[in-house]
Design a protein around this ligand. Structure first.
Ligand SMILES: Cc1ncc(COP(=O)(O)OP(=O)(O)O)c(N)n1
Ligand SMILES: Cc1ncsc1CCOP(=O)(O)O
Ligand SMILES: [Mg+2]
Length: 230
């Protein structure tokens, strides 16, 4: 079975070197995957292409060291060039996550192939109408949010007037009902949010800081996955 067919979005780590308080990305990914996270995204707005390829290598090795290479998907944020170069170097990168201003999903599909995992950020405005009508022919899931305002990405959900629009649990439940592909919710997600999110019927949650800034990322991750499974 391909990673695309086996895709489990329930516990989704997004991580880059700027999120780890100086600690190595690789060790955090290994601990978090061992704690039951099901998909990892390498995302950095400061790393060079070469550094990103290195983080993809670290992530792929960490997933393999946790014994989950055949079950935990690895995707990169934004950078089709990095995914292609990493694959060229023999690194197992399963796909890409793109946003509304990034390389079109159809182009990613063309270059990454039928087995690749491709995620797309849903438009913030008119979220429900957007997911109902968007072209989903090349994507496997939607990313949406924010649940709360977040210092990790202060612009997430910010409207033209400067106000941050967050997603209510009712909207998330409707998103889960109407979306033709699975959807994940992120942005300010904390342990206390997990029971409510699970009840909405959404496919999963994505987190950065709750895990990457924790004193013990593996423990923080285990608490999140236990809460999701409860
Ligand atoms: C799972 C997931 N969902 C949404 C995003 C945000 O992507 P994007 O809108 O392209 O913004 P950046 O992450 O590139 O700042 C994501 N990365 N992952
Ligand atoms: C990548 C991204 N996209 C929307 S919010 C966000 C960051 C979420 O970070 P955190 O989990 O630390 O709030
Ligand atoms: Mg992007």
């Amino acid at each position: 079975m391909s990673m695309r067919e086996a895709l489990d979005l329930s516990a989704y780590l997004v991580i880059g070197p700027e999120n780890t308080k100086g600690r190595p990305v690789k060790g955090i990914i290994r601990d978090v995957v061992a704690a039951g996270f099901t998909i990892v995204q390498v995302r950095s707005k400061v790393a060079s292409a070469k550094e990103l390829i290195g983080y993809c290598r670290d992530a792929a090795e960490a997933i393999a060291e946790a014994g989950r290479a055949d079950r935990v998907a690895l995707v990169a944020d934004d950078r089709l060039d990095v995914v292609l170069a990493a694959r060229e170097a023999g690194i197992k990168v399963d796909g890409i996550h793109v946003g509304q201003s990034d390389i079109p999903a159809a182009v990613c599909r063309k270059y990454l192939g039928d087995d690749a995992v491709i995620g797309l950020s849903a438009r913030t405005r008119e979220l429900i109408d957007y997911v109902r009508t968007a072209d989903i022919s090349d994507i496997d899931y939607f990313g949406a949010g924010p649940l709360h305002e977040t210092a990790t990405k202060p612009e997430a959900g910010r409207s033209a007037s400067g106000r941050v629009i967050t997603r209510s649990l009712e909207e998330i439940a409707e998103l889960a009902r109407v979306s033709p592909v699975p959807a994940v919710i992120g942005g300010g997600v904390k342990l206390a949010d997990i029971p409510d999110l699970k009840r909405t019927g959404i496919a999963g949650f994505f987190v950065v800081s709750t895990v990457t800034e924790a004193d013990d990322p593996g423990r923080a991750a285990a608490a999140l996955t236990a809460a999701w499974r409860a």
